[in-house]
Design a protein around this ligand. Sequence first.
Ligand code: IVH
Length: 680
Amino acid sequence: MSNEDFEIPEDKKKAESRIKELRKEIRYHNRKYFVDNQPEISDYEYDQLVRELEVLEEAYPQFITEDSPTQRIGSEEIEEFKTIEHKVVMLSLDKAYNYEELKEFDERVKKRWKDKEIEYVVETKIDGLGVALYYENKSLKRAATRGDGARGEDITPNVKTIKSVPLRLSDDSILNTAEFRGEVFMPRNAFDEMNEERIKKGQEPFANPRNATAGTMRTKDPQIVAKRPLDIFIYTLSYYENGAFTTHVKTLEEMKKAGLKINKFEVFKGIDNVITYLEEYQEKKDQLDYEIDGMVLKVNNLEAHDILGYTTHHPRWAIAYKYPPTRKTTKIQDIEIMVGRTGKLTPVAILDPIQLSGTTVSRASLHNENEIQRKDIRVGDTVLVEKAGEIIPQVVKVIKEKRDGSERKFEMPTKCPICGSSAKKIGSDIIRRCVNAQCPAQVKQRIEHWGDREAMDIDGLGTMLVNKLVEEGLAKNVADLYELDLNELKKIERMGKKSSMNLLNNIKESKDRELPRVLYGIGIPYVGQHIARVLAENFKNIDNIINASKAKFEKIDEIGPQIAESVVSFFEEEKNKELINRLKDHGVRMSIEEEEREQFLEGKKFVFTGALEKYTRDEASEKVRQYGGRATSSVSSATDFLVVGKNPGSKLAEAKKEGTKILNEKEFLDMLETKKLPEN
Ligand code: IVH
């Protein structure tokens, strides 16, 4: 780390005031960029400010505050999601499925509230995960899921990673200690990009942005959460200690002033004007960059909220309107099989093209053979196609009255239509997969995955080059990489002598990667980085893995029948064994070496408090992980060690109460050095 670019004041007072100034500036630009979408400085200038703050905080750790912009991403895993009680219960919304029901709602409101024409605020109903954010003295203290309404799960470290969530409320606002409700979501474009990336890495894509959001918020490693493209809209001020508000719109405006991200809204007098707007919006809603599952109407007057009150489930002053899904009939011309990049066989209906909520639809996934049987879908059938909130159109049902006898039943192939290898179901899976790792449908992605940073880490082996290598016939599988020569490579467009030599060298170096990387890189279905490590640690070399039975795999704690069967059937395939043998012949490492197993902290849980001199929190946590231990954020009975630095927090008292072993920095460093656990 080089600090020379920034001046570190010798004087404590000066340092403190510069730190405060930087935080203020960073917060301002954060808001401009992530909340208002109107950046005022370049990314470079912004990064410089953050860098300077980091350097100063490292020199003066006593000035670090939990709402400092540097404290977004925690280095520690979440041990377990604790439940916390909401300040105010989180209710859900009553629903209306047509305009008639909206008018009935309006009548109910008018009966209890004096206005003849009610003023309504109309917002989108974002399809994500509802959260409550609690701020104390302007600082974000807690974030929780809705849970059962009364109690939710504490997901604070994960929510803090979302850049549009301010860690501190703006000084311009009177809001100080308050609770806000909002929806965490994933924008459509970012979701698509993320899924493409996952498919490339051989990971399962998420079904839709909502699932991706909910899954991500339940991830225990905030570092992973920080990489997911999450965003938030705040829609309710549910508790506040300062200020007084007369309308919902005024609360929205104040929340915006406080730096929270508020969505667009419209205000109308009378339900008829609302309905006209909903009608207009029906077409527009498909162009939004996030998914909605309807619109929300709220009575604007807050006094009316008190008068109207609540049922046990929902407020009487608001209602959600659900748009009917757009449906049309069309004909199935054919059913094709698509072979995915992980070998997954998916039947796809080829349709006579139709227009559905703004896009032309000519294909619909039929998911799997069970689905086809259940709905009795045949080639030539007239079907009802629907596009609901989801992006992917669905075949709802067959219009059987339209059959004329010419329709053809569809049989799912048991062989891969691309390479002819067998296509098998693994365990209880309803999906068939082509078992051949050398299948041309999978080849590009597999080679690229092999070179990924988390796999064999081959620098220079990017998408473009892999495409070229495959298209020119230079690589049909990952073993071919180790047979590339300089002359062949140089012939590829834009590959000069220097970059070709670099690449060859990087490929050669990759032979020495550890076994878990090799196992992950091969791309066995259901074998991610973690399972690859488990396999390597338990079996020590590839031959033991190839020869192991399903039962033997299942004996291992973390390996269930699905993974066991996947590994066994992968190595049953001759072509895959051949591939391993070729990699072996090229000298790719296929066994664990003794020293890699020096996991003397295996199973040990560490918590840190206060600032260490030698390492940042991140570095110390990484050290613990390197030797097989885990770093977690809070002290519990399961914690083995609390490492105490300068200015320790409340964790010290908690550890004493739990009887956790306490280490000072020197004892911690000695332990790393000697690779021995400290004696009691
Ligand atoms: S107001 C007291 N406004 O929908 C009720 N909710 O079905 C407060 N949602 O739990 C809810 N967008 O997670 C409200 N603009 C919006 C919303 C919204 C999405 C979610 C929220 C809530 C669920 C109710």
